[in-house]
Design a protein around this ligand. Structure first.
Ligand SMILES: *Cc1c(COP(=O)(O)O)cnc(C)c1O
Length: 406
């Protein structure tokens, strides 16, 4: 059941949840011009059949997907899907908002705690989505001094039920603290933890919807199916694209655009899976050496030949990210993450949709010097930047966090 999978996050055997089946026929009768919430309701309905949230699905979709997700044609064979028009200007708003709507409906009883470690964008999207919701506390851990100023603001501006902790350590320390909390009886019993990173299926399922809509719109407009070029880190967004394809939406292929973290690119080349140590890059939200959603990719394509038929991967260096941003392709300014996809698209024949995962204004210290101009800040982000910050600094240990939380 969806609700159970969402609340547990990890299956009892320690693995990640995946859909049991991908019901065909989801695309029938749709052409992409429908409202995104309507497409979401149609496509997600079978996944929630018999679930206690089934009756709420329509409202969940309408509330979660309440901002535009435009698909714009860039040239005859290229379009861009802009996923950054939500409250925190990155695609993670989609999954976080859907999860928040579900969690606040699914869980009766004493209050629950959403505990999340973030290297940048996830924590902001989760905090924004769960802010002010009754019965839910949010605890965000981020590595002190290792997120951009604007990302930090998005973690620390909320107050109320959201608490942000600036951890003296790196992202791996934050993740380790979260993992320890999830296996600690005190946290489980007193805090009733819920995970909000992309191992949670409640975040991934709604991400299929923008791929569904964009693939239909592109086909309706050009008469040809397109593939997606997805800036990839932990592979959550890419898995959502692969699942949408599996549901029968007209997606001709998926290109995983990576930064200098090459685990997936190497896998497609060599055929043997092995994680790498994480490398810090300009596209920091994609700095993952051992992507947790690889398990879901392997589940979908147990044989490397099948994966190679439908999926490609391309790794982009920081120097290439800089060049691509500075080139202002199609007269546009891209964020460092999106730039990896723009670069990867350049070597591909055929029709492709570049997935724009964040607004360039979130990474202005990288982008502005490269394009020699100010990047205009979208209104939702501006509103966040003008709020005061609250963060508590702690060492990288769970006991100290527990002392501050009680
Ligand atoms: C999180 C993030 C990514 C990577 O997405 P995954 O689902 O982890 O592969 C890419 N771009 C931006 C802007 C992000 O915030």
């Amino acid at each position: 059941m969806f609700s159970e999978a969402m609340e547990r996050s990890l299956a009892p055997d320690g693995g990640l949840y995946v859909p049991e089946k991908f019901p065909q026929g989801a695309a029938a009768g749709l052409n992409g011009s429908e409202a995104i919430a309507e497409i979401a309701e149609r496509v997600l309905k079978p996944f929630l059949a018999g679930d206690r949230l089934a009756a709420d699905l329509s409202e969940v979709c309408r509330r979660a997907l309440n901002f535009p997700i435009p698909l714009e044609q860039l040239d005859e064979q290229t379009a861009v899907l802009e996923l950054f028009h939500g409250p925190t200007a990155a695609f993670k708003d989609v999954g976080a908002r859907f999860l928040a709507e579900c969690v606040s409906r699914a869980v009766p009883g004493p209050s629950r705690t959403v505990l999340v470690a973030t290297s940048g964008d996830t924590g902001g999207a989760v905090a924004a989505a769960f802010h002010s919701r009754p019965g839910i506390e949010v605890v965000v851990l981020y590595p002190k001094g290792k997120v951009s100023e604007r990302q930090e603001k998005q973690l620390t501006c909320w107050g109320d039920n959201v608490r942000a902790f600036s951890v003296r350590g790196d992202f791996d320390d934050c993740q380790r603290m979260v993992k320890e909390a999830f296996s600690d009886p005190w946290w489980q019993e007193h805090k009733r933890l819920i995970s909000a990173n992309s191992i949670n299926i409640g975040r991934l399922l709604p991400q299929m919807i923008y791929y569904a809509q964009a693939s239909l719109s592109y086909l309706a407009k050009t008469g040809r199916p397109a593939g997606f070029v997805v800036p990839s880190g932990n592979l959550g967004n890419s898995v959502a694209a692969l699942w949408a394809r599996k549901l029968g939406f007209p997606i001709s292929g998926v290109m995983l655009a990576a930064n200098a973290n090459r685990a997936v690119t190497e896998y497609l080349r060599s055929g043997s899976w092995k994680p790498f140590p994480t490398v810090a890059t300009l596209a920091n939200a994609m700095d993952v050496g051992n992507p947790s959603n690889m398990e879901r990719v392997l589940n979908l394509y147990p044989a490397i030949e099948d994966l190679r038929r439908e999926v490609r991967a391309f790794s982009v260096s920081d120097a290439e990210i800089r060049e691509t941003i500075a080139a202002r392709r199609w007269g546009r300014v891209f964020c460092p993450h999106t730039a990896t996809a723009v670069r990867a698209r350049e070597g591909l024949p055929g029709d492709w949709i570049v997935v724009a995962t964040a607004h360039p204004a979130k990474f202005e210290t990288i982008v502005e010097p490269l394009v020699g101009a100010k990047v205009e800040v979208p209104p939702a982000l501006q509103a966040i930047l003008s709020k005061p910050s609250h963060a508590v600094e702690i060492g990288a240990g769970l006991a100290e966090l527990q002392g501050k939380i009680k």
